[in-house]
Design a protein around this ligand. Structure first.
Ligand SMILES: Nc1ncnc2c1ncn2[C@@H]1O[C@H](COP(=O)(O)OP(=O)(O)OP(=O)(O)O)[C@@H](O)[C@H]1O
Ligand SMILES: [Mg+2]
Length: 254
């Protein structure tokens, strides 16, 4: 299996705090990989080191054989990696379709010269882009809501829309930071199905999640982070019976 993403000994220091400590992770093509750990373990910071929000203090991030360590966020997105955030970051007052269009614009070739002198061609490009966005929305059951305001969608659908927007960038690797946060059981079950379909469509998924039922049922492999360090990795069955993991969660059901 081809390695899509590789973290080599990533460390991120904030003042005196080592938020991510010597973390090495690999995600293979078409895998669903989970990153779990208690609050404050360093999971989101790890994602921020991968996606260019931070230039890690130490270590390397390799994406499809290219070193992307410290590259700016928008360049990494263009390379084919996109993410969602722990808290919903949609443009609330824009339509569902426009939220997806914004994602797609990141990869569009248009520039000022092109826009000013080639209006018909630009219009054609816009039309094609809209069609492609509608296809993505149709694929994800959101097409009938294309013209609705983003914040009129039920919570679970808003989280799904964020994933669609990430897909629209042309990404092949999706990083999802707590996609099931705030969802009820029904919405979580639908999300799991949705993420499985993403993999079937050829996407690779790396996700942070606190919902153990989702993680254990969905992920091929899981990494466990605690106080910055990785303390375990393995299949769901291996993680569930790992003593260091059980200790880190102290009595919580893993
Ligand atoms: N920009 C920052 N500056 C200083 N400290 C930070 C910064 N970002 C995160 N931290 C600290 O780094 C540690 C790890 O935070 P992080 O958000 O990565 O944890 P997490 O595993 O995602 O937690 P949660 O499950 O609550 O989302 C925490 O102690 C946090 O306060
Ligand atoms: Mg977090």
């Amino acid at each position: 299996m081809k390695t899509m993403l590789e973290l080599k000994n990533i460390t991120q220091v904030f003042g005196g705090l080592v938020a991510v400590n010597d973390v090495s992770i690999h995600v293979d093509e078409k895998e669903i990989v989970g990153l779990i750990g208690p609050n404050g373990a360093g999971k989101t910071t790890t994602f921020n080191c991968i996606t260019g929000v931070y230039n890690p203090t130490k270590g390397k991030v390799i994406f499809e054989d290219r070193d992307i360590t410290g590259k700016p966020v928008h360049e990494i997105t263009k390379d084919g990696m996109a993410r969602t955030f722990q808290n919903i970051r949609l443009f609330k007052s824009l339509t569902v379709l426009d939220n997806v269009r914004i994602g797609m614009h990141i990869r569009s070739k248009s520039n000022l010269f092109f826009d000013a002198f080639h209006l018909p061609r630009r219009n054609k490009a816009e039309k094609e882009m809209t069609e492609e966005c509608m296809k993505l929305l149709a694929m994800t059951g959101l097409a009938t809501h294309a013209d609705d305001r983003a914040d009129s969608l039920p919570y679970g659908a808003q989280r799904r829309l964020e994933i669609v927007r990430a897909m629209a960038t042309g990404a092949r690797l999706l990083l999802l930071d707590e996609p099931a946060a705030g969802m009820n059981e029904q919405e979580t079950a639908e999300l799991m199905e949705f993420i499985r379909e993403l993999r079937d469509k050829g996407y690779t998924v790396f996700l942070i999640e606190h919902d153990m039922k989702l993680v254990m049922n969905l992920c091929d492999r899981i990494y466990v982070q605690n106080q910055g360090y990785l303390i375990a990795d393995g299949t769901p069955a291996e993680i569930q019976s790992n003593q260091a993991v059980i200790d880190a969660y102290l009595g919580e059901e893993v």
